[in-house]
Every structure is written in C-alpha cells, then in structure tokens.
Design a protein around this ligand. Structure first.
Ligand code: ZN
Length: 292
C-alpha cells in the first residue's frame, strides 16, 4: 500500500538542464570513478551552476547513480581501486496492493515529485507487468519496517505492487503474471523462498497489504514464501513460546498485538482477531518446526 496521504494535483516543476556541450551525460556502464574524479564538483553542484533552461529535459537515472557512486567514496580514506566487484543484489521480495483504482493511477503516483513512494514493478489486473526502476536500485516501497534483524528493507528488496483496491479479489491473469515475475527474480538473484513476504509482515503496525484475499498458500506451493502443513497440525507442547516463534519467523513482536493480527491475516484469514486460538498456535508451531 502506498504511504502518502493524498495525491494533490500540481504542475510539474521545470527541470534544470544538464547541457550536453558542458557536461556530457555519462552512462553508468562506462563510469570509472578514480582518485581524480573525487575532486570534480558533484553533479548536483554542476546542475546548480548551469543556467536553467525552459525546456523539459530531466536529469537521467544514470546521472543520479553517478552522483550516488561519488557519495559512496570515503574521503577520509586513501583510494585505490580493486578490480574485483559486482553490484549488490536484492535478497527479499515485498508484495503490496496499491489501494488505488488503476494501474495508470499508480504509475502516475510513482512519477509525481511530492509522493516520495515507488516500487520496482506494478502489475495490472490484466497481467501487464510494468517495471519502474532497475532491480539494482533502491525503490521507496517498504517505509519504516523490520523483518528479523533487517531494519532497512528498501535496501535489500524488490517491491512489487499489485493494482488492487484492497477489497477485491486478485484476478488470475494478475497472479499468473506475478508468479512468472517471482520465478524470474528468484532464479536471477538466488532469493531464498522464505524471503518472499508481504508489506504487512514487515510493517504490521502500519500496513495490511496485500489483503486477506491474496493467495499466499498458492505462492508457497510454487516456492515463494511459507505455508503450514495442513495435514499435520500437532498439538503444541506445554513449553511452546508463541512470542519467540513469531519473532524467529521474522515478525517484529515489539507490538505483539499487531504481529499477531498480521500473522492471522496471512495464515488464518477467516479469523483476524488479536489473540491466538489453539488452532492458530498449532499453525504457528507447524510453521516454526517446518522452516525455522
Ligand atoms: Zn504496501
């Protein structure tokens, strides 16, 4: 679910122009940062120094990545470059519903300057998959969140938004497209199956997406996320600690009530109250024994 309070109509501000005859656009795949480059003015300063021109040219993603790479160099240390590296890969996938009314509305939301929210992918009800950010860049979809000891989910995850108002079923075409995308991402980045989770899992006090209508069991059967063994729900032992089990699975139990509700919305569905019944505890115990 998106995190801003309201989309307010506004005019897009004029963008400053990075004039090609002064500062050629450098593609990231050709950028070489070295000791000399550290002394160059940052891109943002270079932009400030340029005269604003009233034509709609934007600073490219490559420009912004170049600036971020510059900021990643520690000026308090000596610099000499190794030749062995690649880029950091996503290790989680966070699934959302948009709580909006159309794919186009969400795409526009992620392109308006003031909203400050985004995701890597948006999937329409018809199964259309729209990518809005390179997988290797950090989109702003998770917000304040925690899963296990990971406290900055945006830095380690890919965000996928499903066009859904939060009250309607997820169409087959949309789920089919999601499963195909998840398969690609899991294989490409070697993402553990336990790390396919929902926004409500990582932000239980703030979020409830994807809704109770989302087919988590079906995803788990395809290798994305976890589900309990419905044929083997053993009684819980006397010393079973449900708070520890929730925490070990990943939930932030600092607000136990919110963690329990998030757990029940995902795994129990028909009862989303704030206490664990004997059946709920059997489900939790089963998950805990099965995967963790
Ligand atoms: Zn969300």
């Amino acid at each position: 679910m998106l995190s801003f309070s309201a989309v307010i109509a506004c005019s897009t501000p004029k963008n400053r122009v990075l004039q090609a005859n002064h500062t050629p656009v450098i593609r990231t795949d050709t950028v070489k940062i070295n000791a000399d480059a550290v002394d160059l003015p940052p891109v943002t300063e270079a932009l400030e120094a340029q005269q604003a021109v009233d034509i709609p040219v934007v600073v490219t993603t490559e420009d912004q990545v170049r600036e971020m790479m510059r900021q990643g160099i520690n000026k308090g240390a000596d610099w000499t470059e190794t030749i062995h590296y690649d880029v950091r890969k996503p290790n989680f996938v966070i699934i959302h519903h948009t709580a909006q009314h159309s794919l186009n509305q969400t795409i526009r939301t992620f392109q308006l300057p003031h909203t400050k929210v985004s995701s890597h992918y948006v999937i329409g009800k018809d199964g259309r998959v729209v990518q809005m950010l390179n997988d290797y860049l950090r989109s702003w979809h998770a917000g304040r969140s925690k899963w296990g000891n990971v406290t900055d989910l945006n830095s380690v995850s890919i965000g996928i938004e499903l066009d859904n108002n939060g009250k309607e079923p997820f169409p087959e075409a949309q789920i089919g497209a999601l499963l195909s995308l998840l398969d690609t991402l899991k294989t490409k980045y070697q993402i553990p199956f336990t790390n396919f989770i929902g926004h409500a899992d990582i932000a239980p006090t703030r979020k409830d997406d994807p809704s109770v209508l989302f087919p988590w069991k079906r995803l788990a059967e395809r290798g994305f996320g976890v589900w309990y063994d419905e044929s083997n729900l053993l009684p819980v032992p006397d010393n079973f600690n449900h708070v520890d089990a929730l925490r070990i699975i990943g939930y932030d139990v600092s607000n136990l009530r919110a963690a329990i509700i998030a757990f029940k919305r995902k795994f129990i569905v028909v009862d989303t109250g704030e206490t664990l019944t004997e059946f709920d505890k059997r489900v939790l115990y089963n998950l805990y024994r099965r995967y963790f």
